[in-house]
Design a protein around this ligand. Sequence first.
Ligand code: NAG
Ligand code: NAG
Ligand code: NAG
Ligand code: NAG
Ligand code: NAG
Ligand code: NAG
Ligand code: NAG
Ligand code: NAG
Ligand code: NAG
Length: 491
Amino acid sequence: MFVTSLSYFFLLVVLTITSCEEFNLYGEAGQAYALEIDVGHPAQKLSVLVDTGSTTLAIASYARKDSNKYFRSKNSTTSYNSEREVQAKYSQGTWIGHLISDFVKFPSLPKVPEVRCDIALITKSHKFFMNGSGWQGLLGLAYLPVGAWGENVVVGSWLDSVEKALNKAMSFQLKLCGVKSSTNATHYGNFEMLDDDTASLNRNVEFRTPILRKRWYEVGVLSIRVVTNRSTTVTNMTSNITKVTGDTGDIDQESCIKLNEEKSIVDSGTTNIRLPDVLFREVVNELRNAAQTSNMLILDEFWYHGEAACWPEPQEWSLPSITIDLLSTEADNQYFSLEIPPKNFMRVVTARNNSGEGGSVSEFCYKLGLEAGGKETVLGYTAMEGLQVLFNRSAGWIGWYPSDCGPNVRITGPYNISTSLLSLCQLTKPVPDVAVSIKAAQWTLCAISIIAAAVLIYLLAPCIKMMVATPLPMSQQISLSQAALVEQEAT
Ligand SMILES: *[C@@H]1O[C@H](CO)[C@@H](O)[C@H](O)[C@H]1NC(C)=O
Ligand SMILES: *[C@@H]1O[C@H](CO)[C@@H](O)[C@H](O)[C@H]1NC(C)=O
Ligand SMILES: *[C@@H]1O[C@H](CO)[C@@H](O)[C@H](O)[C@H]1NC(C)=O
Ligand SMILES: *[C@@H]1O[C@H](CO)[C@@H](O)[C@H](O)[C@H]1NC(C)=O
Ligand SMILES: *[C@@H]1O[C@H](CO)[C@@H](O)[C@H](O)[C@H]1NC(C)=O
Ligand SMILES: *[C@@H]1O[C@H](CO)[C@@H](O)[C@H](O)[C@H]1NC(C)=O
Ligand SMILES: *[C@@H]1O[C@H](CO)[C@@H](O)[C@H](O)[C@H]1NC(C)=O
Ligand SMILES: *[C@@H]1O[C@H](CO)[C@@H](O)[C@H](O)[C@H]1NC(C)=O
Ligand SMILES: *[C@@H]1O[C@H](CO)[C@@H](O)[C@H](O)[C@H]1NC(C)=O
């Protein structure tokens, strides 16, 4: 009796601990955040990446080289196959497949009803699934104009199906926390659906940026800078925001036009912050200089070529933050700033503590969370970690809030300038033809760099704190294919 109640007690403790655990998103280093999904009847459990850079729920229907986890539509009694061929092209990778429909439910979202929705069943893919990736598909959360398509057909989105079933508008929120400890590179987060009617989040601080066009989550990114010392007020969960004025000389028209020349998007399916080439150079030069000033020896391969840098112990960075200024919904002459600390953009890619184990070395590797990308600006999940980001699809804005987990990102503002930022930065250019935009490549998964452990095994002199630039031929291949795809798109 005593034993049973004791074990019952432990069970309770375990249950309490697990229910406190509010994470439903997981991912390995360099990969985006994945959510567990139940597809079909009887339910088949899979993992899908949560991707605000595309629209379609797309899942594998065949075994890959390294994984035999996939959706068996024949085993689902509720699966309906339209036999229509659909396809999608991402900035990295492509697939073709069939449009089917089936029931979909997310075990970690009990309040969201199970709905029948369109699914793209991937039958063939190229550079889409990663070796050793823990996911079998994508959950696209953007708007229908960028859905996967086929001849006279566009794959409907899961979000639209949920809204139809509930007969009301829904928002969703991503809380991405990054790694939990310095010795484990797995990252965690939370995905949540919010009912627009009963939204009572009681937030006293509101920083919202308008969605300029409802295709991808296209926003106005006004500037990206390295700020060593700027006297601003801090926003956190408990303090009220203090309005700061006078600091208005930060928006440079030329770079602001450049940032938004093609589009600026918020994309949880992309790892890095991707900037137009010129601005990437400017920002990275400053970071590199700051590192040199504080006597950090880091090779240019790390700064400019996306290679990993490794140390025998975890690093604390004494580098400046990167400030991203976003247009505010309040007024077209108003903006606010996200201050992204080095913990975000010095991304952990390997964290292995082997101290005392069979003579193998400990290794802590990092990659720069910034990359150059032609004309586009992409705020990948590196810009979202340490924040809660609310996507209000129907009202057309994205809200940024401090988070109780992850890196300590500050949000400051609002700041006013004397002219309209919409016209200063040419943010209201006409939208290109929708048909074209459907065919345009969907932005997702960019730069998900696979970290092959084998490639990273390096011998480090244990007593010398030295920097080793690890060449990753694979990641170079990936950027080449990206470039090729970007070329294609531009034509
Ligand atoms: C799917 O069906 C096949 C045969 O129809 C069966 O062998 C297999 O075990 C089933 N798989 C699952 C996951 O139910
Ligand atoms: C994936 O893994 C397989 C076998 O493990 C290997 O042959 C192949 O080269 C890997 N592909 C990539 C892109 O790493
Ligand atoms: C990191 O943590 C996860 C979950 O806690 C665990 O499954 C994984 O094995 C850990 N990885 C390493 C390298 O310790
Ligand atoms: C979305 O925006 C609308 C209009 O501003 C608002 O009524 C609704 O509560 C918002 N939803 C959430 C979840 O904040
Ligand atoms: C940054 O500001 C703080 C306090 O305002 C000051 O103590 C510090 O010297 C400044 N650092 C630099 C590099 O200007
Ligand atoms: C925030 O501002 C409101 C109204 O100005 C005030 O009542 C409240 O005490 C403030 N909260 C904090 C934490 O300062
Ligand atoms: C948040 O603000 C409160 C009130 O200004 C302050 O006491 C607290 O230290 C701040 N917390 C952080 C993490 O900055
Ligand atoms: C690595 O492991 C050793 C022994 O288990 C421990 O003493 C050390 O603190 C660990 N290092 C880190 C960075 O956690
Ligand atoms: C900023 O501009 C908005 C709209 O033009 C105005 O309502 C607000 O009072 C201004 N704030 C400051 C601090 O100047």
